[in-house]
Design a protein around this ligand. Sequence first.
Ligand code: NAI
Length: 447
Amino acid sequence: MADRYLSFTGTAPGRFLTRRLGLPQPAPLKRWSERSTSLGGPLLHLTAGKSDLELAPVLARTGLAAGTESGARSGAEKPAAVVLDATGVRDVGTLGEVHAALHPVVRSVAASGRVVVLGAPLDTDDHHQCAAQQALEGFTRSLGKEIGRGRTVNLVRLTDADAAESTLRFLLSPKSAYVSGQVIGIGIGIGIGDGEVTAPAAWDRPLAGRTALVTGAARGIGEAVAETLARDGARVVVLDVPAAEADARRVAERLGGTALALDITAADAGERIVDALPDGLDVLIHNAGITRDRRLVNMPAERWSSVLEVNLASVLRTTDALLAGGALRPGGRIVATASIAGLAGNAGQTNYGASKAGVAGLVRSLAPRALAEHRVTVNAVAPGFIETKMTAAVPLFIREAGRRMNSLAQGGLPADVAETTAWLAHPASGAVNGQVVRVCGQSLLGA
Ligand code: NAI
C-alpha cells in the first residue's frame, strides 16, 4: 500500500500545507541501490574528550572523503555524515565538548545524512565517567528525535575501531536508512567477548562462499533478506511452509539458491535442515513469524500456542539442534527476528509480544555461550512498522499512526530489515554479539 502522504509532502503545495498545519514532514530516504551505494558527501570526524581510538584509518576505508569543520560551519560542504568520537568523555565537563563539537555543525548535515556518536563501555567503577557515558544515550536519542530531514543518529560503544569496521560501514551508508536512535555495543557487554572478526576478501561480496538459510523467505521481509544475502554472495536456502512451496521455489530460482519446503514447527525441523545441508551452514536467519491478534480476554489457547510455537519455540528448537549437531560452522551467525511489539508491548498482541520478547531473551542468554563454545554470534533485529502485506491489511487510521509515530515519520521497507540482517551476518561483524537492533526509524513505542 503506497504511502500517499509521503508523496504528497514531497510536492511544493503538500509541503506548504502540512508545514502550516504542523503535520509530520517525512523526507524521502536515501536507500542503497546498485546505482547509489554511498552517502556521497564528505565525512566529518570530530572528537570530544581525549580518545585512544585508532579511528581515522577505518573511517578512511568507508570511502567517504574527509570533510572539514570550517566547511561544515560555513555550509559550503554539507557533510553526509558526522562521526563524533566521545569515547574520551569522562565527566560532565568533557560531556560539554559533545555540545561544543556538534552544535555548530549539526544544521549543515545533508538530508538523509548520519550522525554517529562513539562511546566507551559502561563497565567502569568511576560513577562520574559512567554517568557521562550513559548521558550519551539520552543525547543520541533526543538528537534523533529532533534532527529531521531523513537524518539518523546512533550511538556505538566500542574499544577497538577495527572490530567496529563493518558496523561503521553500515551506519555510514544508505543501507542503514531506517535505523535511528540505536545503541550498539561492539565487543562489549556482560560476558560477551570479542568475536572472530574476518575482513572479507571483497567488501561488496562479504558472504561469498557462505551458505545462508532464511526461514519464512517465500515473501515479505524474509524474501528481501534472502535477496540481500544473495547480493552479498551467499548461497541461499529459502525455507517456507509446504503451502508456500511454489513461491519459495520462485524466490530460490531467481537468487540461484534452493528451496526447502518445511514447517518450522515440525518436531524434527532441525534434523531435516541438517539432512538438506550435509555440508553445514554459516548463516541462520529466523524470520518466519505469524500474528493471531486478540485481547487476552478473548484469546483462545490455540491462538496463544500457535504464535508461541512459530515465533519462539521453533526458533529455540532449531537453534539448539543446529548448534548441538555442529551444523553451524565456526564463524557462523544467527539472526532472529524480534519486534518493537515485543519491546514496547501492543494491545491485542499478548501472544506476539511475549514471543518476540522471548526472542530477545534467547539472544541475551545464548550469545556469550554460542560465541565461546561454537564461535557463532547471536543477534536479533526488531522491526518497527514495515511496509508489507501484513501492515497493508491494518485498518487505515492505525496504519497511518504506525507510519508516522517515529522520528522519520514513515514506515520502513523490507529492504531496511534485510540490510540490517546482512550487517549482522557479515564475517567482519564477529564482535557484534548479543545485540537487539531496532529497525524502526526510532519508533516512539518503547525505548
Ligand atoms: P509475512 O507474513 O509476509 O511472511 C512470513 C513468512 O513466514 C511467510 O512466507 C510464511 O509462510 C512463513 N511462515 C509462517 N509460519 C511458518 C512456519 N511454521 N514454518 C515456515 N515458514 C513459516 O511476514 P513479514 O511481515 O514478512 O514478517 C517477517 C518477520 O518479521 C516475522 O517474524 C514478523 O513477526 C516480523 N515483523 C514484521 C513486522 C512488519 O511490520 N511487517 C514488524 C515487526 C516484526
